[in-house]
Design a protein around this ligand. Structure first.
Ligand code: ATP
Ligand code: MG
Length: 1023
């Protein structure tokens, strides 16, 4: 009978970061209902959703001495409760012979793995299920008759970027393109040559799953893959052979699929808007297809019979076809993040879960007489052989057997033939297996495994006495999975091509054959780099450095480890010294700090969110940079923090962006986070192909994720036009400085704003308004002119200006004009037939932001200074490494050698743009002064102080200027009124000059004039 998929949601506690920034809780639960509040509108009625189970695991718990999180109130749902509700049902159904599936869905870090697998003593559904299953088997066996048999086999696979990897078969992990997914005409999709491993006890299964996770960690790190983008499927096949009442042997089979899905946010957030490669990435295919399949199935269950379910569109949905719409009892657990910042993702998870509720599956008991199964297999084999002998399957036969024929039918027929051969082999193996006793299979497996189990046991023992490195991974499930020992004597660190082989083999991005050396002399462990980059506690090492317990060590851009020294640790404990165990976050934070990114001492929520983004993005940027170097792509990536003003917005948050610089042409672009993450994924794919030795790893420019076309527009900078004069119906004519995101001046543009009649004609002299409020309800027309630009950056081929006025939702834009000194000759007439008070307020208080965009010159138009140099050489030539990993130590060492005590040149702190007095919020990372050299430190500090003083002075001058402008306008106004009252309608040039440039208030300071520079209004003419 068809029954609905059971859906549970579970909300986790705040993590440390959320606690630190005092995140707002937006989830609530009552009974089976879950409520979510919109953090932007906390007073509004929360949205509510009803599920089979709503699990509150956010608070009302404490950690017991064993580390188990136990309830302190009735609300908290612990691991046991979740298992009792969900896992136990799966267990019962497995015994009955139903196929079962359990999915965990949710964004990265929401608690999917916690519910499925769990951490430490907080075991999740998978281990408890296995434990209980074997308990049941043991109980049965105690009273079992001769002909009863209980068989459990396990397989574990990962789908990453539409490729399947067998986690129990390390050899398959390196296989190019992954394992094949094939279709059996009646049994559906399956993975070719997937290891299905017989297991005899809970211990056995636990070891196997750890082995799979270890393989996964090595693969993820070596392949430089983002683990939260992988789907993991653990499949347990449970076979019971028992005689029925008549003594006939019956086989009852249940396949239990336990699926930990990839982080769901990736499905939506590839919104790399405007990027030509936005469709290129296949990473989300499985997850987005899962969404489509669930939508289609929900539609079907509503009675829409015509809906086609797109199972075939992704590997995940092919493999889970049964679980989703066929013979399976299915449960979904949706993991929720509790914090305000995750509102969008959490809401989308709730919607997804809500849709899944509607899906129906029809599970049947899989039970048949054992001989019948063998007979059927034999018959099937005979049929396949016959078919293959006669030339295989034809197109007609394929269609008749229900195989949907796609765009390439002949290829499908070929595939089908291969599938038949594989099926034949599989059937044969199955028949062989059936002939063997279960005991035989188990002991074969045990022998094959013995070496591994012994090695693992030895490793666990050695960890207690030998200093070693253990890995830190972004995904806590993959942390502490890899261990490298620093044994007495010398251990070389190198990649897998090192000859002779290195004692510590690490493979992957930017790991050299002779990367470094570790020495252990009587427990004193030291490390030094040879050809590779090594960071200890966030700083690059240039000489042999002693390691201490819990030190953080980074090899290349992404192999992060913690050094564990058992004897040091014991000594620390004895002396009462507590050393915190580092986490991935704290280690990355340290690296970012040393690279000068965590300078902001403020702890506002925005700062903390920005810091989180930096911690997430910096390792990725460094990886992208390392890939560019290895693939010789001649681009460099740097992290940039860009204020909203510099992005052309009046308000908002400072954002982390990525600057990509073409090392040959010098062209630069800023990519937003989504575009970069999407591109980085494609880079990884390319890098992987390169590593696998594919001839076609490189692709044409239009598909190359490292390539940005000179035609892609870049923001040269912005200018801010104060509109106050317009509110008095006075002209504005100004030459304004274009300021880029770093506060650097990038040329000027001249603009005019001229109030006019409806038809664009000049206004009468009486139209001047003393009080802008008089405008309310009246007509306002003006021409907005952008005349020309001067001194734009020389690498710009063309530029254009665009802006939005008041409530415009479309940009007004000039044409693209060639050269550094473009003549835009732009004019637009704005008409407001009745001014609202909001419009008048806008004119009085706001600025119009003009964005100046450019297209850079093509690299081929550049000189040949870089010709012949590869990316590594070009990068080395670029001395400024302010954005990347800190090489401060190196620079200092070099300077010392030269006997030069000058501080390392640092980029100037961002100056406030002089055309407005708002902080442009740009944070330029500067490396920290070295603690070792006092004189240099003082010099450095003085430089910083001076920069800060300069910036302050400029800010003050800008403030003064704003005040002066206002008073000049007010002076003008009174002069006008005075003239009007006296019946005089002329102001002489001399009078105007006196007011604008000469005596009175504006003469107050020469310095101020200098500061006003080109920003100062040139003239004010009265119509
Ligand atoms: N119910 C819970 N109780 C206590 N801690 C939890 C709970 N759920 C999750 N956590 C903690 O939150 C963190 C993230 O959880 P988890 O690793 O399960 O996320 P995930 O959804 O699997 O993420 P990813 O997509 O990256 O694999 C872990 O440190 C985990 O211990
Ligand atoms: Mg996980």
């Amino acid at each position: 009978m068809a029954e609905n998929v059971k859906v549970a949601v579970r909300v986790r506690p705040f993590n440390d970061r959320e606690k630190q920034r005092k995140a707002t809780l937006i989830i609530d639960m009552k009974g089976n209902s879950t409520y979510i509040k919109n953090p932007e509108d906390l007073k509004a009625e929360p949205r509510s959703f009803a599920f089979d189970y709503s699990y509150w695991s956010h608070d009302e718990f404490k950690e017991s001495s064993s580390g188990y999180l136990e309830p302190t109130g009735s609300r908290y749902a612990d691991q046991r409760r979740v298992f009792d509700d969900l896992g136990r049902g799966v267990l019962d159904n497995a015994w009955k012979g139903y196929n079962c599936s359990l999915f965990a869905y949710g964004q990265t870090g929401s608690g999917k793995s916690y519910s499925m697998v769990g951490y430490g003593n907080n075991k999740g559904i998978v281990p408890i299920f296995c434990e209980e299953l074997f308990k049941g088997v043991e109980d049965k066996k105690a009273t079992a008759g001769e002909n009863e048999e209980y068989q459990v086999t396990l397989s574990m696979l990962e789908i990453y970027n539409e490729q399947v990897r067998d986690l129990l078969n390390p050899k398959s992990i390196a296989q190019k393109g992954g394992l094949k997914v094939r279709q059996h005409p009646s049994k559906g999709f399956y993975v070719e040559s997937l290891v299905s491993c017989p297991v005899s006890s809970y211990n056995d299964i636990e070891n196997r799953i750890s082995e799979g996770t270890r393989n996964r960690t090595v693969a993820a790190t070596n392949m430089n893959a983002t683990s939260s983008r992988a789907h993991t499927i653990v499949a347990i096949t449970f076979v019971q052979k028992t005689p029925n009442e008549t003594g006939q042997s019956m086989t009852r089979t249940s396949v239990v699929n336990l699926v930990d899905l990839a982080g769901s946010e990736r499905a939506e957030s590839t919104g790399a808007t405007g990027d030509r490669l936005k469709e290129g990435s296949a990473i989300n295919q499985s997850l987005s297809t899962l969404g489509n399949v669930i939508k289609a199935l929900a539609d079907l269950s509503m009675g829409n019979k015509k809906t086609v379910v797109p199972y075939r569109d992704s590997v995940l949905t092919k493999l889970l076809q049964n679980a989703l719409g066929g013979n399976s009892k299915t449960i979904m657990i949706a993991a929720l993040s509790p914090a305000d910042i995750n509102f969008d993702e959490t809401l989308s998870t709730l919607r997804f879960a809500d849709r899944a509720k509607a899906i129906k599956t029809t599970a049947t008991v899989n039970e048949s007489p054992t001989d019948k199964l063998i007979r059927e297999l034999r018959e099937e084999n005979a049929r396949l052989m016959e078919l293959l002998k006669s030339g295989g399957i034809t197109l007609e036969q394929l269609q008749a057997s229900g195989g949907a024929v796609g765009q390439n039918p002949n290829q499908e027929v070929e595939e089908m033939k291969k599938a038949m051969e594989e099926e034949l082999r599989k059937n044969q193996e199955e028949i062989e297996n059936m002939k063997k006793t279960w005991q035989e299979r188990l002991s074969e497996q045990e022998t094959a495994n013995k070496g591994n189990v012994d090695a693992e046991r030895k490793k666990q023992e050695e960890k207690k006495v030998i200093p070693h490195f253990w890995n830190l991974h972004e995904d806590p499930a993959l942390t502490a999975m890899i261990v490298h020992f620093a044994r007495e004597g010398t251990s070389k660190i190198g990649n897998k091509n090192a000859s002779p082989p290195a004692e510590i083999t690490i493979s992957g991005l930017s790991i050299q054959k002779q990367h470094g050396v570790v020495t252990n002399k009587g427990g004193v462990v030291k490390i030094k780099s040879v050809d590779g980059k090594i960071l200890v506690n966030g700083a690059k090492i240039t000489k042999e450095t002693e390691l201490h317990h819990n030190d953080r060590v980074l090899f290349g851009p992404n192999h992060l480890y913690v050094f564990h020294h058992p004897q040091d640790e014991a000594k620390n404990v004895k002396e009462g010294k507590v050393t915190e165990t580092p986490t991935y976050d704290t280690a990355q934070q340290e690296i970012a700090k040393k690279a000068g990114f965590m300078d902001k001492t403020g702890k506002s929520e925005d700062d903390l969110i920005l810091q989180e983004d930096v911690i997430q993005m910096l390792p990725m940027v460094n990886e992208a940079d390392a890939m560019s170097a290895e693939l010789d792509k001649k681009v460099k990536f740097e992290l940039a923090l860009v204020s909203p003003q510099a992005r052309g917005l009046k308000e908002g948050k400072t954002e982390v962006m990525v600057k990509i610089r073409n090392l040959e042409s010098g062209n630069e672009w800023l990519w937003d986070r989504n575009k970069f993450i999407n591109r980085k994924f494609l880079m990884q794919e390319m890098y992987q192909n390169y590593v696998e030795g594919a001839d076609d790893w490189d692709v044409p420019r239009e598909k190359d994720p490292f390539w940005e076309d000179a035609d892609v527009e870049v923001l040269i900078g912005t200018v801010h036009v104060h509109l106050m004069s317009l509110s008095h119906k006075l002209d504005i004519e100004e030459t304004l400085t274009v300021t880029n995101y770093q506060g650097k001046e990038n040329g000027h543009i001249e603009i005019e704003v001229m109030p006019c009649t409806t038809k664009g004609g000049p206004l009468g002299e009486d139209d001047f308004l003393d009080d802008p409020k008089e405008l309310v309800g009246k007509e306002l027309n003006f021409k907005f002119k952008i005349n020309f630009g001067r001194g734009l950056p020389s690498n710009m081929r063309q530029s254009c200006c665009k802006f939005k006025f008041y409530l415009d939702n479309q940009y007004s834009s000039t044409a693209f004009v060639d050269g550094m000194n473009p003549e835009y000759k732009f004019e637009k007439l704005f008409k407001f037939s009745k001014c609202t008070s909001e419009l008048v307020d806008y004119l009085m208080d706001s600025v119009a932001v003009i964005e100046v965009w450019g297209k850079q010159k093509d690299s081929s138009q550049k000189g040949g200074a870089t010709l012949g140099a590869d990316t590594k050489q070009l990068m080395a030539r670029e001395k400024s490494n302010l954005f990347g990993l800190s090489n401060y130590e190196e620079e200092q060492a070099k300077l010392k050698k030269l006997g030069d005590n000058k501080p390392v040149p640092v980029k100037k702190a961002a100056a406030k743009p002089a055309d407005n007095n708002k902080d442009n919020g740009v944070i330029i990372p500067v490396p920290p002064p070295p603690a070792a050299d006092k004189k240099q430190t003082d010099q450095q500090i003085n430089t910083y102080k001076k920069q800060a003083d300069d910036a302050n002075q400029r800010a003050k001058a800008a403030e003064q200027r704003a005040a002066n402008s206002e008073s000049t306008v007010s002076d003008l106004r009174s002069l006008l009124n005075q003239k009007k009252r006296g019946g005089n309608d002329t102001i002489t040039i001399a009078e105007l000059e006196a007011m604008l440039g000469g005596g009175g208030r504006t003469s107050s300071s020469a310095a101020q004039k200098e500061n006003m520079g080109d920003q100062a209004s040139k003239a004010c003419s009265i119509q």
